[in-house]
Design a protein around this ligand. Structure first.
Ligand code: 173
Length: 319
């Protein structure tokens, strides 16, 4: 009798634990250097998932550009070489030209999730990247152009400026020569004078020591940083509801961390000033013209490459 009870208890335990309750392990890569500004919150997200998901889901953090070139991360999540990626759409516009438009959407993610923007961008990722658009970070962090030569007006003629797709159109529209490099090559390019400046967000230049090779920051700030957490769509579909919930809850938590950026942005501006980086400011009229031009050339570029989706995206962005 006693033996039978034990047998039933054991069978019951197995019945209550379906196969999908086995811990799943996802492999993750970030397109930015480990421990730096645009990887940090992703690393906190991984810690949270591993804490909340004990025995259910775990993320194995492979690392950053030392493990995989940044411009290959989007394709790696598409082909399931990795399951999870922390990457900006600027690094996978070859696969999704519409991605270049995400920098033009600066609404908080809570709003984007309510008004259909998240849904639309998720569908784009499903179709073009075989990925689920789990989270977007840094909507409230803008970009700048940093320079080592001081132009006397808002004109980049004769200047070579390091870009990604984020800045390429505006740099060229102002007469500059755009040179595309991964972030890891910026320091050397500046040091050797291969470029006279570079595009980068307001935050993060100290992470890689760029303040040592940067003289000026051009005003105004423009666009909106977007760094996305993507999950390979097959990996996503293979998860149980409980596993997906842990990722989705952690994603909302991660998007909530954007509230910290207000203080971070203010502190970074101050730190740049202390490091001797001088603002170049041609006044409010020129700033307004610059912003209008930056907005317009970027949308035109997206709409030229992706007419239908680009137009829809612009409508959702409302600018
Ligand atoms: O400059 C870049 O490498 C770039 O495009 C980017 C995008 C998002 C965050 C940081 C940098």
């Amino acid at each position: 009798m006693r033996r039978l009870l034990v047998a039933v208890a054991v069978a019951g335990a197995f019945a209550a634990a379906p196969a999908s309750a086995e811990e799943v392990v996802l492999r993750a890569v970030t397109a930015f250097a480990e421990g730096t500004q645009f990887s940090k919150n992703f690393e906190r997200f991984i810690e949270k998932v591993n804490q909340d998901g004990k025995g259910v889901i775990r993320i194995n953090y492979i690392g950053g550009p030392r493990a995989m070139p940044p411009f290959e991360v989007g394709n790696a999540v598409r082909t399931k070489v990795i399951d999870v990626a922390n990457v900006t759409a600027a690094f996978y516009t070859n696969l999704m030209p519409e991605g270049d438009g995400f920098k033009l959407i600066a609404k908080p993610m809570s709003e984007q999730r309510r008004n259909g923007t998240w849904d639309f961008i998720n569908q784009l990722h499903n179709q073009k990247l075989n990925a689920y658009y789990l989270a977007r970070q840094f909507h409230n962090v803008p970009f700048h152009i940093y320079l080592n030569k001081k132009p006397d007006k808002l004109d980049f003629s004769g200047l070579k400026i390091r870009v990604t797709p984020v800045y390429k159109d505006i740099v060229e529209a102002l007469g500059g020569t755009a040179i595309t490099t991964a972030p890891g090559e910026v320091y050397t390019a500046l040091e050797r004078g291969v470029v006279d400046g570079y595009g980068w967000p307001i935050s993060g230049i100290f992470d890689l020591g760029w303040e040592k090779v940067t003289k000026y920051r051009l005003e105004p700030a423009f666009y909106s940083v977007e760094v996305n957490v993507l999950v390979n769509l097959d990996s996503w579909k293979a998860l149980s509801d409980a596993q997906r919930k842990i990722l989705s809850d952690a994603a909302l938590w991660l998007e909530g961390l954007d509230s910290e950026n207000v203080a971070i942005v203010a502190a970074e501006r101050e730190r740049q000033t202390k490091a001797g980086i001088q603002p170049i400011d041609f006044g409010p009229e020129e700033a307004k013209k610059f912003l209008e031009k930056a907005n317009e050339v970027a949308w035109q570029s997206v709409i030229k490459r992706a007419p239908e989706m680009g137009a829809k995206l612009r409508q959702l962005a409302g600018n």
